[in-house]
Design a protein around this ligand. Structure first.
Ligand SMILES: [Zn+2]
Length: 275
């Protein structure tokens, strides 16, 4: 499943393609959206925002396309009308003179008036998006300590889109490892120092994954492993997908567990309990 950094990268591509000129042609697969084709045709895209795993394509005529890729949605940006060969179903297409932005397989697509966007149930509930908003480590730490979140386990918080938008399963394992926090912990079990590390680790992992194509491992180490001929799966992460392999810090075997019915990976010696 794509996480925030993947959606932000797709949004960058869509934005780059669509800022180039008026949208000349619009296609929606769903009947209830067909009426918007003529409304959006001839308008220009001002900006493409993300809210966690949702994308907001903002037009200059007061309308915004909301889309959420869920498990299967995938964006393609191609030269105009140059459709990729795949078995997916085209759900939304936006064409200008040079480019086409094509959304396949997604079913969660809506067209909203700009003023309706903040009221949309997902947008209204989703937490801060670290790739679209300025969020400091200090603000995140306060969020960790707030009444709404401090008593819940990190493992469920980090997948809760109302906590922080855009974090998913691989980022969850990687953030907890980098912060040195045991997966059974809640923010209120953590020391001040751990909370600070958790805030820094969250920002570092999300932005690094965005900038470096999903690589959350130490960048120098990842480069070195790549040069040695290791596969992407082998060099990409600190702990995720690395069950029974040696921890990159202390050599302990990485363990795999289930948390919230999703896979979680951790190092039992780097992520110990304090008491
Ligand atoms: Zn370790």
């Amino acid at each position: 499943m794509p996480e925030g950094p993947e959606i932000r990268r797709a949004a960058d591509q869509v934005e780059k393609a669509l800022l180039k000129g008026t949208v000349l042609d619009v296609y929606f697969a769903f009947d209830q959206l067909k009426g918007y084709e003529s409304i959006l045709k001839g308008a220009s895209v001002k900006k493409v925002d993300t809210k966690g795993k949702a994308m907001l394509i903002r037009f200059d005529n007061g309308y915004t396309i909301y889309s959420h890729n869920q498990l299967y949605g995938k964006w393609y940006v191609r030269n105009a009308y140059n459709y990729p060969k795949n078995n997916r179903q085209l759900r939304l297409a936006l064409h200008n003179e040079k480019k086409s932005a094509l959304l396949y397989s997604a079913s969660d697509i809506e067209v909203l008036r700009d003023e309706e966007v903040p009221l949309h149930p997902f947008v209204a509930k989703v937490g801060p998006d670290l790739l679209s908003e300025e969020v400091t480590a200090e603000q995140l730490k306060e969020r960790f300590q707030s009444k709404a979140f401090s008593g819940k386990k990190w493992t469920s918080l980090l997948l809760d889109q109302s906590f922080i938008g855009g974090i998913g399963n691989y980022l969850r394992s990687e953030i907890l490892f980098l912060a040195g926090i045991h997966p059974d912990y809640r923010p209120k079990d953590c020391s001040e120092e751990q909370l600070e590390r958790a805030a820094e680790a969250t920002i570092t992992m999300v932005t690094q994954s965005y900038k470096y194509n999903g690589i959350t491992n130490d960048l120098e180490l990842a480069m070195k492993l790549k040069e040695e001929g290791k596969t992407r799966r082998e060099y990409r992460h600190w702990v995720f997908n690395r069950e029974a392999q040696p921890c990159r810090i202390d050599g302990t075997e990485i363990q795999k567990m289930k948390a919230g019915s999703r896979r979680l990976y951790f190092c039992p010696t780097c992520q110990t309990k304090l008491k």
